[in-house]
Design a protein around this ligand. Structure first.
Ligand SMILES: [Zn+2]
Length: 498
């Protein structure tokens, strides 16, 4: 798995500090005795680059399994409940580690975290999230996903559907304005960008084009350009977002809007990209942007099926992500890769256009590396590359008998064959144990922090949040159905949608 897709039956890989310095087919002489070297015998194992979770929100790691499936716009009522007791830094730290531990144990070496904070970020919360990534040993690229326009500005039809009292609440500005958010970015950049030997980095995020003012959008793009940061942006995840363009942008799609603002470029990490038309895809290809594909989240929220082949045929780089832990509750990139390899088979008639396992692996690793915009090479087993590597045990049922390595990685492996995870040359997971953390203690603390129903105050807070969401729900449902019933000139659902 170098840049040429080479497989070596046997090799010795030498790592110095955080970098691969040699890959010798067949092996090489052991280093001089006395040198500070650890030799790892990988016989019977596959050494491959670590997986990249290229779209993730750590913010709701503690809410896995807490909701039945709902469309995105209704789901978000519960994802950011208005009762929102502010999260303490310790809780944010533990919450971040919950998924980071799951990722490292299944061979994910890097995560692009688009973290949102309810009601708003703070330096202490940013520090908590980044300290968690620093401590567990994963590579992380963090952005702050905070809208800064009122709810009414983000959604079509809502203003006419809501009764007066809810409309007034939906017209209120969010907790933090653009100036304060940019100060949070200064803290993130100044305190964390490039720390832990370059393992921790910043990105920027506007959440979605319709969730921010053009001025804030431009300010974020400016930060991204000056520091070379990825720019996370959710675009055309749902049909309702397609209808938003028809209703609120003079018939333009959200991609056309971003293009018209002069903000579509190669730093952009476009998340989802399901309801794109051919013109949108051409603009994305010309700009050189990458698209983050989250097939499990897209099924969990009924968003639709991304046009995989049309994007690949235009040369648009694709990476894969889990999205958040209540939209892909398992945070398992192997499951994401398997679904990416399967879901497109029911949306395209011509079977010759269906994804191959090798293509999905390319999205999983090469696409993820591309999305990170990492300053040093990453994503291959080759000299000069960052040593983000995993050892996969081939003496497991997933690989017995070994018929085709790439297909069995995509269609058979669940993550349970991963025996070792190295990030930047450091072993962070080995023989079933995370080496940098006390996982059982953290699980116990998470149970104590997040099992809200155990305390009377927690029960009341949750009930109040649910009751408030229930008040909004009928109006959001009407909004959703209005958009769902419209002909937008394309179909991204399988079947006729009835
Ligand atoms: Zn997302």
């Amino acid at each position: 798995m170098d840049a040429m897709g080479t497989d070596l039956a046997c090799a010795t890989v030498t790592i110095e500090n955080d970098t691969i310095v040699a890959v010798d087919p067949g092996g090489r002489a052991p280093p001089d005795s006395g040198a500070d070297v650890r030799e790892i015998d990988g016989s019977g194992h596959l050494l491959m680059p670590g997986l990249v979770n290229a779209h993730f929100h750590s913010s709701v790691n503690h809410l896995k399994g807490s909701l039945d499936s709902l469309p995105l716009e209704l789901f978000m009522l519960y994802e950011s409940p208005s009762e929102g007791r502010p999260m303490t830094p310790r809780a944010a730290y533990v919450r971040t580690l919950l998924a980071a531990m799951e990722m490292l144990k299944s061979g994910v070496t890097a995560v692009l975290d688009d973290a949102f904070f309810v009601p708003a970020p703070s330096p202490a919360l940013i520090d908590a999230v980044m300290q968690a990534y620093a401590d567990c040993g994963i590579r992380a690229v963090l952005a702050l996903d905070q809208p800064e326009v009122p709810e009414l500005a983000k959604l079509p039809f809502l203003a006419e559907l809501l009764p007066a009292e809810l409309r007034a609440r939906a017209a209120a500005p969010p907790a933090m304005d653009a100036g304060a958010l940019l100060e949070c970015y200064q803290h993130l950049l100044g305190t964390w960008h490039g720390q832990a030997g370059g393992r921790l980095r910043a990105a920027v995020s506007c959440s979605a084009p319709q969730r921010v003012t053009p001025a804030y959008f431009r300010a974020l793009d400016d930060l991204s350009r000056r520091h070379g940061l990825p720019f996370y942006v959710h675009v055309l995840e749902t049909k309702l977002q397609r209808v938003f363009g028809e209703e609120r942008l003079g018939g333009r799609s959200l991609i056309r809007y971003v293009f018209d603002e002069g903000l579509l470029n190669e730093r952009m990490n476009i998340i989802h990209g399901i309801w794109l038309d051919d013109d949108d895809m051409d603009m994305i290809a010309a700009a050189g942007a990458v698209i983050a594909h989250n097939p499990i989240s897209n099924l969990r929220l009924g968003s639709g099926v991304m046009p995989f082949r049309k994007l690949r045929a235009r040369g648009i780089p694709l990476c894969l992500g889990t999205d958040e832990a209540i939209a892909d509750d398992a945070v398992n990139m192997w499951a994401v890769a398997k679904l990416a390899g399967l879901i497109h088979n029911i949306s395209v008639k011509d079977y010759r256009e269906w994804p191959t396992a090798a293509e999905v692996l390319d999205c999983l690793i090469g696409g993820g590396a591309r999305a990170m915009r990492h300053p040093t090479p990453i994503g291959c087993v080759a000299p000069g590359q960052q040593a983000d590597l995993i050892l996969v045990d081939l003496d497991t049922l997933a690989f017995t008998p070994l018929n085709d390595l790439r297909r069995q990685l995509i269609y058979c492996e669940s993550g349970s064959s991963v025996r070792m995870t190295l990030v930047a040359g450091r072993i962070v997971y080995e023989n079933g144990k995370l080496t940098q953390l006390d996982e059982p203690a953290l699980r116990a603390e998470a149970r104590q922090l997040f099992t809200r129903a155990r305390t009377e105050a927690g029960r009341e807070g949750a009930a109040a949040g649910d009751a408030d969401a229930a008040r909004w729900l009928p109006y959001y449902r009407q909004m959703y159905l209005k958009a769902a019933d419209r002909d937008v000139g394309m179909q991204r659902f399988v079947g006729d949608g009835r």
